[in-house]
Design a protein around this ligand. Structure first.
Ligand code: FEO
Ligand code: CA
Ligand code: CA
Length: 628
């Protein structure tokens, strides 16, 4: 492929399907506003957009130009599929040593605590490649572990001794590793001074409004200012001052109670804490995970953590100002007025979508290092007419005693202001071309069926248009006056996923879903520098019944101007595709393949009888052109 056709213009074949969309738009917005928006945006947007064009939203001719490729078909192969003209390779997998004193991954024992302490973690997720002094430094979340695989050497498939448990602990966290392009092959640089593992054992500093609060004080840290470690790090974010943001998501499943009859306080229940953990067994090795003994420990997790990847000796900082919930990712933009805005999703059925606005302003030449230390938190309310408002979370609006309490019991604060319960907000991505952002609402079988954990109703409607939603959708919003700090916004649905090959009702999806591009459970979401929106899925891969024809989890490229969506990549069996970043020269795209073979039916990436391993892959063009 020549460079000339790298950025082809939008596909003119994106057809208007008024009938399909009418049905969805009737759910999402009023017919009147829909027609008004359609006239404003033109025929292409008509097919997919609820079209609530505020006068401030400009249609920019060809701002989004596209990578030209022939979309790949859905498949259920145990490999990665990319379009003709593109190639892929593995870069680093769970268990690969990051230092030369580490041992190569052993497919029989699957490693032990000592080898895992020197090796790349499991379940790669959000990641960012930083360029620093001409070096390429990858920071990559290792969200969790595949117990049946990492402990597959044990008959029980579970940790059977303290060393096993510690192996599991050390496979969590963040792996920071230098990469280099070695004659076209991306490899890790063993022993690089930048290589670092941040684990559930790494010392952290607690910063922001909740620092020192009595709910954060524990036996090990009576002042409530320092905590140990981070875990279940899901999506990520990055700052213009060169730091990495890692997002603590399902932190609750690691705590348990040595008192099986313990009455769990409602504050912990809201976050899913139970007397039983999810099988990790960490309390057996470290009593801080025993809530009967240390009831405040769970309050020290569920935050955004800021890490300096260029300084291996730096102490990661938990930024409590950005709230405590099951953080998916952290999409940071600098508003035109200089304030830092971070969009944040809480990935749980019926939980909320948030926004942080910094108290201070970003300055290119200034010291921005602590801009995430203090600011205001907001939560989204979506109205049925396509308007929306960011509701401030303050002691006055929530009835809570202090900003610190709001930053610790953020879910309860959002419930108090009656924010909109959402269909599991996963990644948020901000359009680089306008004051607009998107969020994957991955699915929610409880929509219209039962309330969230706080008792808030989950009515069908607005950005959550389907009862017992199994396919998911992507909502987008435009900030009023092109100002990300504004309290008002307008919204519509970019896509409602579905299966038009199986269903003829609203489960067939919006007009920009067809038999050639269908998918379910959008999760990862990221814009490239050219305005292309990449969608990654974490859904059902049975390829039958409601999911027939969708194949394995995948990555697609969306055109936010036309609504067009094309499948770019299909992952191997039983994986989730999650995490996306680019090399400094934009010629390589790094993609995360998480938990291939989670149910036992994959040997990715090694093939043969090898153990399946979560892996970061690199995708590039065969003609060495740009890819994002
Ligand atoms: Fe870790 Fe919500 O995905
Ligand atoms: Ca996710
Ligand atoms: Ca997911």
């Amino acid at each position: 492929m020549s460079k000339d056709n790298y950025y082809a213009t939008s596909n003119p074949d994106c057809k208007s399907q008024e009938t399909d969309f009418d049905r969805l738009s009737d759910i999402a917005i009023s017919r009147r506003s829909f027609l008004k928006g359609a006239a404003y945006f033109g025929v292409s947007s008509f097919a997919v957009s609820a079209g609530l064009g505020l006068p401030s939203r400009k249609v920019e001719a060809a701002t989004t130009r596209w990578l030209s490729f022939n979309p790949v078909k859905a498949n259920s192969l145990d490999t990665v599929t990319v379009p003709e003209g593109f190639k892929w390779q593995t870069v680093v997998s769970w268990g690969d040593p990051m230092w030369s004193k580490g041992k190569a991954f052993d497919h029989v024992s699957r490693g032990n605590a000592a080898s895992q302490a020197l090796a790349f973690g499991d379940n790669c997720d959000g990641m960012k490649l930083f360029t620093h002094n001409g070096r390429s430094i990858l920071a990559c979340n290792n969200e969790s572990i595949n117990r049946s695989i990492i402990f597959g050497n044990r008959a029980s498939g579970l940790p059977e001794n303290v060393d096993d448990a510690n192996k599991g602990v050390l496979a969590h966290g963040i792996s920071i590793v230098e990469l280099k392009n070695d004659n076209g092959d991306w490899v890790i640089v063993k022993d690089s001074r930048y290589n670092r593992k941040i684990t559930p054992e790494t010392q952290m500093e607690i910063t922001g409004p909740a620092r020192g609060h009595k709910l954060l004080q524990t036996a090990a840290d009576p002042k409530g200012v320092a905590s140990l470690g981070t875990w279940n790090n899901c999506g990520n974010g990055e700052t213009p001052w060169g730091t990495y943001l890692t997002c603590e998501e399902n932190f609750h499943g690691y705590f348990s109670s040595s008192d099986a009859d313990m009455k769990i306080p409602p504050e912990l229940k809201r976050y899913g804490i139970k007397a039983k953990d999810k099988g990790y067994g960490w309390a057996l090795a470290d009593e801080r995970f025993d809530i009967a003994r240390h009831p405040n420990e769970p309050n020290r997790a569920g935050y955004i953590v800021e890490i300096d990847p260029a300084d291996p000796n730096s102490t990661p900082k938990k930024r409590t100002a950005l709230g405590r919930f099951k953080h998916e990712n952290a999409e940071l933009v600098i508003a035109e007025n200089g304030h830092v805005v971070v969009y944040l999703g809480d990935d749980e059925r019926g939980e909320f979508l948030y926004k942080f606005v910094s108290a201070g302003k970003y300055s290119e030449m200034g010291n921005n290092r602590d801009l995430l230390e203090d600011g205001d938190l907001f939560v989204a309310r979506f109205n049925a007419d396509g308007s929306g408002k960011w509701l401030a979370l303050t002691p006055e609006t929530t009835g809570m005693s202090s900003k610190a309490e709001i930053c610790i019991h953020t879910r309860q604060a959002a419930s108090a202001v009656k924010a909109t319960t959402m269909d599991r907000p996963e990644w948020v991505a901000a359009n680089p071309n306008k004051a607009e952002a998107y969020c994957c609402l991955t699915n929610n079988i409880n929509r219209g069926v039962k309330p969230n954990a706080g008792g808030d109703a989950t009515p069908v409607g607005g950005p959550n248009p389907r009862k017992a939603n199994k396919y998911g959708q992507i909502v987008r919003w435009q900030a009023a006056n092109d100002d990300h700090t504004a309290e008002d916004f307008s919204w519509d649905l970019f896509v409602v996923a579905g299966n038009p090959a199986v269903h003829s009702d609203d489960r067939k999806g919006s007009g920009n879903v067809n038999a050639d591009n269908m998918f379910n459970s959008p999760d990862g979401l990221k814009f490239d520098t050219r305005g292309g929106m990449w969608i990654q899925t974490d859904g059902k891969y049975s390829n039958k019944d409601d999911f027939a024809g969708m194949g394995n989890n995948q990555m697609l490229l969306g055109n936010t101007e036309t609504g067009e969506i094309n499948r770019f990549m299909v992952g191997p069996k039983e994986c989730e595709v999650t995490g996306l970043t680019w090399s400094g020269d934009r010629k390589t795209m790094f993609v995360g393949i998480q938990h291939p073979g989670e149910k036992g039916d994959s040997h990715f990436p090694g093939g043969g009888d090898s153990v399946p391993r979560s892996t970061v892959i690199a995708i590039s063009r065969e003609d060495d052109g740009l890819i994002g």
